[in-house]
Ligand binder design. Structure first.
Ligand code: CTP
Length: 415
């Protein structure tokens, strides 16, 4: 068994190393075995920064978890039915889990869990590269446990499931497999790729919240567009929702968005939602239990498209009309729609709004209008709105123009 203490010491920051040695002390004093597991081990071995610390303890109980939290100067903030504990320690949060074995009664269902050995704990995981553990007990500090040959896969650049039923048990792993492959520059091994394609239908067995979390993680990855493309090729995007389509135009828009803009996850979502019908949008939002901000983006993408739609029979929209039709909409949705829009007139309207119109404001404010003699009340709001329209349409250009506009407005008999 190899010892990777030197790698851990090189890859983990001082805070994490201090936390691991506190965990080590508790494990020794309580006579339990504690291990660093999962992504932290994978990333340390790859020489990548380690973000999350996940600890598995064989025979973890509430009492031991409490000892661990105390030793870290933290508090247990969450406990699950499977004896997993989230501990908020100063500087960062750690997750502790009891080593367990799992059996799935039916695809997508939560597994039946019972205490297990380290080997059983590793065997229940998604991929071999995520199924390695490093001992934290003093006498074996740094020993690497790799019964499923994750090191070989790291060396070969391969994402490999641990058994043929893995995706049927938990189809979120299809998204995870592609996410890791793209992130790490790996490939799916032949059997894993075959199973991923064969098992996309199991995605419908996953709860909305779990599917949403994995989908948002996909959209948040640096190589999100390549992941979406690969999921599309596997048939997994359509299994997430039948209305997600990814043709060449959609793909090009996603690429532009990823290359040129921040706040990428929401922008990508908007582009994916562009072609959905209203009924599909509502169903997609329901299926993935999307929070209100994401639901809003999806809904507003459709509205942006329809509100400045090109109607050849009656089509002249003034600059102020374009602004008024779009101003209440989420700006990410308008941007997503503009990146995806193929009709050049509609595209120009959206771009005009984004690049110019949304920044235009009258110079005068409510106080200025009162100083000019406008009575307080509803008229101030109306006048500011009309001033804005006049600015947008180029009817007023200077402060003096706005003052003149205000004075003539007041003398207008209809006001
Ligand atoms: N895991 C799993 N099956 C899942 C989700 C997670 O087996 N459906 C296991 C994997 O061993 C994974 C660990 O739980 O390494 C922690 O999961 P997560 O935090 O989602 O992944 P990380 O590996 O930490 O990856 P990331 O870098 O994406 O956070």
């Amino acid at each position: 068994m190899s010892n990777i203490a030197n790698i851990l010491e090189a890859q983990l920051d001082t805070i994490s190393l201090r936390q691991l040695s506190a965990i080590s002390a508790v494990a020794n004093s309580r006579g339990v075995k504690a291990y660093l597991v999962g992504g932290a081990v994978r990333d340390a071995l790859l020489g990548l920064p380690v973000h999350d610390i996940d600890i598995t303890v064989v025979g973890l109980t509430l009492c031991v978890a409490q000892n661990l939290a105390d030793a870290l100067g933290g508090v247990i903030v969450a406990r699950s039915q499977f004896n997993t504990f989230a501990v908020d320690a100063p500087d960062r949060r750690l997750d502790f889990a009891m080593a367990r074995q799992e059996t799935y009664q039916q695809p997508g269902a939560l597994p039946t869990v019972s205490p297990g050995t380290l080997r059983q704990e590793l065997a229940r995981r998604d991929f071999a590269v995520n199924a390695m553990a490093v001992s934290l007990n003093a006498e074996s500090w740094g020993e690497l446990h790799d019964p499923l040959h994750g090191m070989d896969d790291l060396r070969d650049g391969v994402i490999r499931v641990l058994h043929d039923g893995s995706f049927a048990d938990d189809a979120t792993r299809i998204l995870r497999a592609v996410r890791y492959a793209e992130r790490l520059g790996f490939r799916l091994d032949a059997n894993t790729a075959r199973l991923a394609m064969q098992d996309t239908a199991y995605i419908c067995t996953i709860s909305g919240a779990r599917l949403r979390d994995e989908f948002v993680r996909v959209l948040s990855e640096g190589r999100a567009v390549s992941i979406l493309e690969m999921l599309n090729n596997l048939g997994a995007l359509q299994a997430i929702h039948r209305s997600i389509t990814l043709d060449a135009c959609g793909l090009a828009a996603l690429r532009r968005a990823a290359a040129d803009y921040a706040d990428k996850p929401t922008l990508l979502l908007s582009i994916l939602a562009y072609d959905m019908t209203s009924a599909d949008k509502a169903d997609f939002i329901r299926r993935l239990r999307l929070p209100s901000r994401l639901a809003q983006i999806i809904t507003d993408t459709g509205l942006a498209k329809s509100r400045v739609r090109h109607d050849p029979s009656s089509d002249v929209l003034s600059r102020s009309e374009i602004y008024m039709r779009l101003r209440a909409l989420d700006e990410t949705a308008v941007l997503g729609c503009s990146l995806r829009e193929e009709n050049s007139i509609v595209g120009r309207r959206l771009t005009l709004y984004l690049d110019e119109l949304r920044y235009i404001k009258p110079v005068l404010d409510g106080d200025d209008l009162i100083a000019l003699g406008v009575p307080q009340g509803r008229l101030i709001g109306e006048l500011l709105n009309d001033l804005l329209k006049a600015r947008l349409d180029g009817q007023v250009k200077t402060r003096q123009d706005e003052i003149d506009f205000t004075l003539s407005y007041q003398s207008c008999p209809s006001c």
